[in-house]
Write a protein that binds this ligand. Structure first.
Ligand SMILES: [Zn+2]
Length: 415
């Protein structure tokens, strides 16, 4: 089939104001389920729920889009059920834009056997065998795909680029990601090179299968496919991967946008995102997969990322950690027992408008479920507002000043 142009299918990106470095920018991603003003924080709803909060609350606190995970939804409830429900948004009562990630990260994490190494935790070790030898190893990668064991019930499954595309088409998110191999910082340069070749070959297969499925499922809202740029901490590999994926065309179809994935040392995050974004076309959106702290947001956005997902605000909220403009504190501590102020003075969230630190302290101590709900609403609102403020600072030409001011306060250690 002939691929329709991006604008015809309801998906496109309009860049707005650029930073002086020519990389960081504002913009609007247009999707069949609404626009996303960028830069934007994408709330994480791994299993088709942002844990502990109603989708109505997620919308109410200003989140523009939700990202769910193909691996988890494939295992439970099954992507066919989400498809029968009318897709991810209809299934979870989220009318706005949705993303799914390919499942690659989760599956490869099973292969590593100890998940943290795959994230930003650099250990300084470089040894492919350390990874290959893990006794908890639940996944095996070959050139065609990955065979893995379900973390839920031990069943054996196989993901290939084609399987990931089928699952993601059934899930029906507005933005999907190509199936890629995630390496770790412990892999050798030689392994990273071979892995990158594999990821690039899988990108071709994903694009072909995406084209086929788009034709087969004509009449459904268009789903955009983002490539994933790997290459670990190597400038030449990252740039080569970005260039190849940006130029790739299969059956007249190109990638609609780009994800930046893989092992990133926190200190190099901005540098690596910059290497990649400088090779990517300016008229397509870029998503940084999985980052954690507010300083990462500034680094990523400055280097050219338009959207990013971040599980940290909701994850730490469930452990009583509260974000404020002056850093993070734990509402569990005794100091909050009789503190009848909101979680953060001046915060415009629902929780801060109606509840106190003393009440949250009580809920956490009593192990009441409402604790997680109220804390998550605050932390998610804090994050959405921060990224909104960053966007406004770019539009106003005062990004650098805002960055210095915010990070100075957040990391001042006053708490
Ligand atoms: Zn609040």
């Amino acid at each position: 089939m002939t691929a329709e142009s991006a604008a015809d299918c309801g998906f496109s990106f309009t860049p707005g104001t650029f930073l002086p470095n020519g990389l960081g920018r504002t913009g609007v991603i247009h999707t069949p389920h609404g626009d996303i003003r960028t830069p934007a924080f994408i709330a994480v709803g791994t299993k088709a729920t942002v844990k502990a909060v109603l989708p109505e609350s997620v919308a109410g606190l200003g989140a523009q889009a939700v990202l769910a995970n193909a691996y988890h939804l494939f295992l439970q409830p099954g992507s066919d059920i989400v498809d029968a429900a009318g897709g991810l948004g209809a299934f979870m009562n989220w009318p706005g834009p949705t993303f799914t990630d390919s499942g690659g990260f989760q599956v490869m994490s099973l292969g590593v056997g100890f998940k943290k190494v795959l994230a930003m935790d650099a250990t300084g070790l470089v040894d492919d065998d350390v990874i290959a030898d893990g006794k908890n190893r639940l996944a095996h990668v070959d050139d065609d795909g990955v065979t893995f064991t379900s973390h839920l019930n031990g069943d054996r499954h196989r993901f290939t680029p084609e399987v990931s595309m089928r699952i993601q088409h059934e899930l029906g998110a507005d933005i999907m990601f190509a199936f890629d191999e995630c390496t770790t910082l412990m892999n050798t340069r030689g392994y990273q090179e071979r892995s990158l070749e594999r990821t690039q070959a899988w990108a071709v297969r994903c694009l072909a299968e995406h084209d086929r499925l788009t034709g087969e499922r004509a009449g459904k809202p268009y789903q955009a496919l983002f490539a994933v740029v790997q290459g670990a901490q190597y400038e030449d590999l990252r740039q080569q991967a970005a260039r190849e994926l940006a130029g790739l065309e299969v059956d007249g179809r190109r990638f609609d946008g780009f994800g930046i994935g893989g092992a990133l040392e926190k200190e190099k995050l901005g540098t690596i995102v910059g290497w990649v974004c400088s090779e990517l076309p300016a008229d397509k959106p870029r998503h940084l997969l999985g980052i954690s702290e507010p300083d990462d947001f500034f680094a990523a956005i400055e280097a050219g990322a338009d959207t990013f997902d971040c599980v940290m605000p909701s994850r730490v909220a469930r452990n009583a950690a509260i974000y404020t403009g002056e850093g993070r504190y734990n509402v569990n501590t005794a100091a909050n027992r009789r503190d009848f102020r909101p979680l953060e003075d001046g915060c415009d969230c629902y929780t801060c408008a109606h509840y106190t630190r003393a009440y949250l302290h009580h809920l956490f101590k009593a192990k009441e479920m409402l604790a997680a709900t109220l804390a998550t609403i605050h932390n998610e609102r804090f994050t959405v507002r921060l990224v909104d403020d960053i966007r406004a600072s770019i539009e106003a030409g005062r990004f650098a000043a805002f960055k210095a001011e915010f990070l100075g306060r957040f990391y001042s250690g006053r708490r």
